[in-house]
Each structure stands twice: as C-alpha cells, then as structure tokens.
Design a binder for this molecule. Structure first.
Ligand SMILES: Cc1ncc(COP(=O)(O)O)c(C=O)c1O
Length: 461
C-alpha cells in the first residue's frame, strides 16, 4: 500500500499547522478518503525530516479540527464529515487564531489602540477617583466638549450643550427614538436598514416603513411619497457608508433629503457611525437641517471596536427629553470610558487611530476586490463592509449555509430588509478577522463557492 505523504510548502508558518492543512486539503480533494489510514507518526516524522513532537502536534491539531481520529492500537484514520453538515475537511481557519472566520460582525480591527489604551489607563489610574464614581457637571461638560470637537471634525457645527455622551451609536439611536417618538408612530427607514432598528422599533411599538434606495442611498422622491402615504413622523437613515450596501449619498442627494424633511416636518435621525472612514464625504444632512436633526456617531467603528462611546447631537429644545432618556436607559455612561475617549480626542490619539483605520479599510477593500474579481460588482466604498450581489442562480440563504459549513460567517440581505423582499446579496464584513491573511482565507472560501457555478441543491428556498 502506498503511504500518503503531505507535500509541505517551503518556508512560512509552523510545520505542524502545514501538515494539518495538508491533511485538510487532501481530504477535500478526495486524495484521502474517510477511513483511510494516516502514516504512523514516527514514520511520517522520519520521512519528512521533522521531530516526532512536531508530527504529534500536527495530528493533535488535525484531530482538533475534526479531520482525523486516533484509535488505540489501530492507528490514525481520516474521519467522516461531521454532524450538522459541517465538513471538517473544508473548514478554513483564521491563520492567527485557528478559529472560524467571522465576516459577519461589522467591526474594525483592534489596530494599535490596545497598547495606547494601556498607557492611557495607567495615566488615569494616577488621577482622581471621581472618574469611578460620580459624573459631576464639570466632568460631563468636559466630555460633551470633547464630543462636540469630534462631531465638528465630522462636518457639523456642534454646540457642546447640544452634545450628549452615550454608550455607542446604538444607544444614541435608542435615546433619539425615545426623545422623538411615541408608540404607534410611523418611522421611515431605508428599505435595508441597521438590524437593531428593527428590534428597537418592535419594542418601542413603532411602525417601520421602508423607503426605496439606489446606489447612492435613500431616494428623496420615494421619501416624499412615503411621507404622504404613511404620515411618517421620523426618518432613521445612514447617508454615509450605508451599513448594508456601503452607499454614500452625494451632496445634492443630502440637500434633497433635507428639503423633503422640511416640507413634511420630519424628524431626522442621521446615523453617521462610519463618518470618519471615508477620506472625504459631503457634510452631514444635519448640518443643513439642525433644527430637526438627531445626529448620531461613535468611536467604535472608526477608532477602536471596544471604545463604546457615542455622541448624540440634538436640537436644543430636545435637551431635557434626551437627558431623561439617558437617565432611564443607563443612568450615565461610565465616566472612565468617557474620560479615555475625551483624552484621546483632545491629544489627537483618536484622530491618529481613525487615520490608521482608514488606511486599513482601504487595504482590505482592495484585497476584497482582488480576491472576488469580477464577482465584486458593487463593493463597499471606503468602509469595512462589502456588499456582494450574487450571480444567478445563487440564493443568499444557500451561500450563507454553504459558507457556514466551512466555518466562514457572513450575513444575508434579509437581515437588513424592512419590507417583504430582500435582494439576493450578502454583506461581507472585512474588519473582524484580526489579520489580513485571515480575511483573505474567508474571502477565498466565498469566491470559490460562487465560482463553482452550481449552487448547491438546498439553493431552492
Ligand atoms: C449603522 C450602525 N449604526 C450603529 C451601530 C452601533 O454602533 P456602536 O457600536 O457605536 O453602538 C452599528 C454597528 O454595527 C451600525 O452598523
């Protein structure tokens, strides 16, 4: 019987992992069939010129991935595909962690922020304990002023007494909805929206109505028509790097949306959570319609994923309602976190980290374009997410399931859909894998699935 030997690539990465990868590839290509024996460890070590401990580690890694199984006294054998349709031989793991690849959660990579946070927290530890307890007026005012400075950089002339610090953009949006709507109100959104809005609306008993979009985002004429039809009171929208399609509205589109809002006395909740990622984009709609705008942003998408500090700029006559909503939902934002954010805004660290994220987003977008090639018809603009319309006959749900079987997580358009219908498209989040190699491995799985041409039998949904 011929003995199977892995063909290891020269150089790069640990040998034990290369052997486990080779077993996975041979299993995927049918060279190693379920039940086939693997060479005894000692023999493989001898043939490859490696230490026995390297081969032992390689087999342990392959076993951990569910590729092989050792049987006492008999040897090591290739395993059958695992339960739940997970085919372990086809599982791709992120090189940096050996874990499955998450292209679902839309977060930026950690970047240089953790090391800087360690320094900043050490500095803060030497300061006043007030940061850990109360949130006095002077402290609050300082944090709001930092928020105003950040919002200013985003193109909105922000008055510090109209800026509120929140637990991220999602909390800011909840606060804005609490301060501006009542149960039963009609709220308009883009036909594809931030999924949390659907849940918030359900709990606040708001009626969501979808408004049609195109490649530049929300359509002003469709908004006008929806206002007439529904008597909508409020619009939640994302004119910069729409969280599904990545669309960014040009200046004329923003002016037109502002004009429709004025005509129908519509309240605007503008989510600009990705606002620092593009090199350049027109000013927020709120800049031209401040009297009716709740403007939402945060540091979690553009500075560091764990920095859950958001800012809400609201019309002056809503200040009391906002304070009440913050009080009701979290009492106060932990002052320590707000202090860290305010310090970084003041000393330019937040700006430098945003510049780092911008550069990284560009690299990752370029990688997605290169790996997906002609499949990438739309893409994602300047952010960390990438919209992929699927070639026929692929269905989004089927691609999701096929990718899941290879432990690559993506999300389908229906997660964002407000109305009945969702396009056959998926969103790939490019920032979550901490290394670009991990991202590339995940993108290649998606590309290879789509390139097969034949959608799987469970494509019919
Ligand atoms: C469009 C949009 N708004 C808000 C948020 C939440 O932001 P934060 O983490 O600051 O709460 C997200 C997170 O994915 C988002 O995609």
């Amino acid at each position: 019987m011929t003995i199977w030997l892995p063909n290891l690539p020269p150089g790069g990465g640990p040998r034990y992992r290369a052997i486990a990868d080779a077993i996975a590839a041979a299993r995927a290509e049918g060279v190693l069939q379920p039940g086939s024996p693997l060479p005894p460890q000692r023999e493989l070590a001898y043939r490859l010129g490696l230490s026995l401990s390297t081969v032992t580690r390689a087999y342990a890694e392959a076993e951990r991935r569910g590729l092989i199984q050792g049987e006492v006294g008999r040897g090591t054998f290739v395993r059958e595909a695992g339960p739940l349709g997970l085919d372990p031989a086809r599982v791709v793991t992120a090189p940096e962690s050996g874990e499955a690849i998450d292209l679902g959660l839309n977060l930026p990579p950690p970047g240089p922020a953790p090391a800087l946070a360690a320094e900043a927290l050490t500095r803060l530890a030497g300061g006043s304990l007030a940061l850990l307890s109360d949130n006095g007026a002077a402290q609050q005012a300082r944090h709001a002023a930092a928020g105003a400075a950040w919002v200013q950089k985003l193109g909105l002339a922000a008055a510090p007494d109209q800026v509120f610090v929140t637990l991220g953009a999602q909390h800011a949006t909840l606060v804005a909805l609490l301060a501006s709507t009542r149960p039963g109100d009609a709220v308009l959104t883009e036909a594809l929206t931030y999924p949390a809005i659907k849940q918030l609306a359900q709990h606040l008993k708001l009626e969501l109505h979808p408004v049609a979009m195109d490649a530049e985002g929300l359509l002003p004429d469709a908004l006008d028509e929806a206002c007439r039809r529904t008597g909508g009171r409020c619009l939640y929208f994302m004119p910069t790097l729409h969280c599904a399609t990545g669309a960014t509205a040009p200046a004329e589109r923003r002016h037109a949306i502002g004009a429709v809002a004025r005509r129908h006395d519509l309240i605007l909740i503008e989510d600009d959570v990705f606002g620092r990622l593009p090199d350049d984009r027109p000013p927020p709609v709120a800049a031209a319609a401040p009297e009716r705008s709740f403007y939402v942003t945060s540091l979690s998408k553009c500075v560091a994923p764990w920095l859950r500090v958001g800012f809400l700029h609201a019309p002056a006559d809503r200040r009391d309602a906002i304070r009440a909503a913050i009080h009701m939902t979290c009492w106060m934002v932990p002052p320590l976190m707000a202090e860290l954010a305010a310090g970084w805004i003041a000393d330019g660290t937040a700006e430098s980290l945003a510049a780092w994220q911008r550069g990284e987003a560009k690299q990752r977008q370029a990688m997605a374009q290169a790996v997906l090639g002609p499949l990438a018809s739309q893409g994602g603009g300047d952010g960390f997410h990438f919209w992929l319309e699927l070639p026929r006959p692929w269905r989004a749900a089927a691609l999701l399931a096929a990718a899941e079987r290879r432990q690559v997580r993506i999300v389908a358009a229906d997660m964002f859909a407000v109305g009945e219908s969702a396009p056959e498209a998926v969103r790939l989040a490019l920032g979550r894998p901490s290394s670009r190699e991990g991202l590339r491995a995940g993108l290649e799985v998606v590309r290879d699935l789509l390139r097969q041409g034949n959608a799987p039998p469970d494509n019919v949904i």
